[in-house]
Design a protein around this ligand. Structure first.
Ligand code: ATP
Length: 221
């Protein structure tokens, strides 16, 4: 059976989650207090309803506890976001993802039992900053305060070298998880795998180690 999702709040973030889930063929209930927004998503979501998610009875009548995953994408109104999350937790929703507006909001959401808290503006800001500093950094995912996964484009410095020659694990303490070449992805590449200019390396490691490696091997065109 298809997974059932509910998206509460149809701003830019909630709206794009709703569209992306539908494109992946998922069932999506879109909820917003704003009738215009609900009308806009009526043809995109599987169902779209005008409802206030801070109303416990409304959530119950929508059968929210039966959804596999509920995404709370209420931004500005932190009080509504917290209250909605609390009621979803109380009603036993299995997976709750909530968009946080700031660090305090995030802290409260974690405390009251949100399963995942996302911070899209902050995370995108970090990614863009990395990409601005080095155009070889294609993507960046913060795993914790110290560890990240990074996508790096191979340039001249590493072209034609094998992973054993580059010896990235010993020299920089980072691990290459995969190498993408066009459509092909080599997951857990062998030590003999040879790197070509334009390959994309997916690397995991401590931020300080990644930075050292980036400067030494990827700071070129
Ligand atoms: P974005 O940056 O994603 O555009 P935003 O941070 O500006 O969003 P808001 O506009 O504050 O977020 O909220 C997103 C949506 O959530 C709005 O369309 C708003 O009508 C809706 N919303 C706010 N409170 C509730 C609520 N209690 N129940 C349902 N929807 C709500």
């Amino acid at each position: 059976m298809k997974k059932q999702y509910a998206v509460i709040g149809l701003g830019r973030f909630g709206g794009s989650i709703c569209e992306a889930l539908r494109k992946q063929g998922m069932e999506v209930l879109a909820i917003d207090t704003n009738e215009d927004k609900v009308n806009r998503y009526a043809s995109i979501a599987t169902h779209a309803v005008v409802a206030d998610s801070t109303d416990e009875n409304t959530l119950k009548s929508l059968g929210i506890r039966n959804f596999d995953h509920v995404i709370v994408a209420i931004g500005d109104n932190i009080q509504s976001s917290i209250l909605t999350t609390l009621m979803l937790v109380e009603q036993g929703v299995k997976n709750i993802t909530v968009k946080a507006q700031n660090d305090y909001h995030e802290k409260v959401l974690n405390k009251i039992g949100a399963h995942k808290v996302v911070h899209p503006e902050r995370d995108m800001g970090i990614r863009i900053a990395h990409n601005i500093v080095s155009k070889n950094v294609l993507d960046y995912l913060e795993l914790s305060d110290e560890y990240s996964i990074i996508e790096l484009m191979a340039g001249e410095t590493v072209h034609g070298k094998s992973l054993i020659e580059l010896d990235i694990r010993a020299k920089y303490g980072c691990n290459i998880m995969a190498v993408k070449r066009g459509e092909h992805i080599d997951v857990s590449p062998s030590a003999n795998a040879s790197i070509k200019k334009g390959d994309v390396l997916i690397v995991i490691g401590a931020d300080t180690d990644i930075s050292r490696m980036e400067r030494a091997l990827f700071d070129d065109d």
